[in-house]
Design a protein around this ligand. Sequence first.
Ligand code: ZN
Length: 437
Amino acid sequence: MAGSHNPKMNAHKFNCLLKSYMSESNFLRTNRDAQNPACDGPQMKNLKIPAFNYSFMPAVKFASGLASEIGEELKAIGAASQVLIISDPGVIAAGLGDTVTASLKKQGVAVDLFNDLKGETSAASIDAATETIRACRPSAVIGLGGGSALDVAKMATVVAAADHSTESYALMRRPLPPRAAKLVMLPTTAGTGAEVTRTAVFTDSRGHKVWAWGDALAADLVILDPALTVSLPHALTAATGLDAMVHAIEACTVKSSHPFVQANGLHAIRLIYQHLAGALERPQDLNARANLLTASTLAGLAIDGAGTGLAHSIGHALGTIAGIHHGRAVALALDVIFPKNATTAINIHAEIAAALGVQVDKTAAAQTAKMGAQAFGGFIRRTGIELSLKPDGLSPKDVGRLVDAIYSEENLPMIENNCYSANESAISEFARQLLSR
Ligand SMILES: [Zn+2]
């Protein structure tokens, strides 16, 4: 069993710190503020809608084949002199960089490529990309790939603007400097929503999954081209689709949630519920891919507005202790937590259940909310992901280690943001259930 943990004080300190850096942002600015006078939040005692701010985020352009027009798009934002593409080797090997490069060259743009990325994002790989940016001084950086490539592109472009290392910005230890280059995002997966968030997640030198946050990480332009996603393999389509689903559900239900977030999140849940199976069965189905890409970006906007919850604390901890793929890790975690969450924020969970295909006619909200937990469990099982963590080398003996990782400094804000305020014994029980499958 893990030692005693006290997340409340530390998470509160974090949230105050976040706000001290944000003059006009919305992240974690919530009804929790009303209960936390020490954070100087607005008092909204009698309203069911919490106080919230909402910033309208990067320009988003969607069309199949749009990647082949990126040269014109960069010209339109005044950044078409020298471009650095940050991508990963798999994306480049699949030929997805060719279309982008051809379009840029057609406009007379000089193009450099950085694709020295392996697996999930590390501070070291961001530092390496930063050195490339400092050397070639591009007018724009294009992130082309899944969440890892996009996070490297975002973070390296920001880090390159000053003299500090990537790790020195982790967990908001230092405010981010303003970027010198424009930032353009071309996602090739439908999952993380990293193209529209102001967060970058990376592994630090201790092996912990940590994050950086700030307005400087917001892109100038997001190009959504579903044709870039059709070659995504089955397992990654499932895992990234589940990540987007968990983003949408957590953003709708966390303490920081509000109607603008829920509008995006609920529609994302509907779209993923309706189209993930189609994309898995028919990888070339552009309509299914287009709907998933739209949904994952909507879910990204939702988490940018409200953050995530306990499933992401547990998911990041599973990434830290056993390298479990992020999308699978958060889906397995939410599968365990969902029934308890559904007894806390009942009305929004009833709406989520409806978005997950539960028939709501004549059914009380509390019952519908509980049925949502079953619907979510059925949904993740139909994707075929491995439910047991035993093949990953984990067993019930690892409960203490997992709980310690869940309570790491970087995971505390997500624990506190969860709709259901889980104490250590509840979190240990969730961890035990996860490791006993
Ligand atoms: Zn996630």
